[in-house]
Design a protein around this ligand. Structure first.
Ligand SMILES: [Zn+2]
Length: 171
């Protein structure tokens, strides 16, 4: 079986971000796909809160999950294909996402203690749980993004209208 095209993988990465955001209750502000990079904008607004507020930490943790979802959408796709198209998960923006995640995890670690590695592992488990049953939605979104190169928040919401949302305190 031929490995998926780079363009499709890039679309899967961006669709992973948007699907995780919507599953957690945040409206997407849109997705776009260029030649070798894409963008995903969500409506998370942690900076409106102060670290003394619980809401700040809920938003920060959701931000980590949404950032991880690009890379993990590609990993889960790879797994579902039972096909190893390489371990090049650093590409498609994942490396940039990981460096942002690093800062956020440091912030959690500084506030809560524990081990940065344990924190990171627990986020990885959570993002897999979040995306696993939603891969058909990720793939639907990725195919549509590949065709149109750009999707508005409304279009994303319509495409994922029948996707189950998590019960979270976010809104
Ligand atoms: Zn990304």
């Amino acid at each position: 079986m031929a490995p998926p095209s780079n363009d499709y993988l890039l679309a899967i990465h961006e669709a992973g971000h948007a699907t995780a955001a919507l599953a957690l209750g945040y409206l997407s502000k849109g997705l776009s796909l260029g030649q070798d990079r894409g963008t995903s904008l969500d409506s998370l607004s942690r900076t409106r809160y102060d670290p003394t507020e619980a809401k700040y930490w809920v938003l920060l943790k959701h931000e980590v999950l949404i950032l991880l979802a690009g890379e993990f959408a590609m990993r889960l796709l790879n797994e579902s294909l039972g096909d190893d198209f390489g371990d090049d998960f650093d590409a498609y923006g994942s490396q940039m996402d990981r460096s942002k995640i690093g800062y956020l995890i440091e912030e959690i670690y500084a506030a809560e203690g524990g081990s940065a590695l344990v924190i990171e592992n627990s986020f990885e488990r959570d993002v897999i749980a979040l995306l696993k049953d939603r891969m058909p939605h990720v793939q639907l979104l990725a195919r549509e993004l590949q065709l149109k190169r750009q999707l508005s928040g409304n279009e994303i919401e319509l495409l994922l209208a029948n996707m189950k949302k998590e019960r979270t305190s976010a809104a």
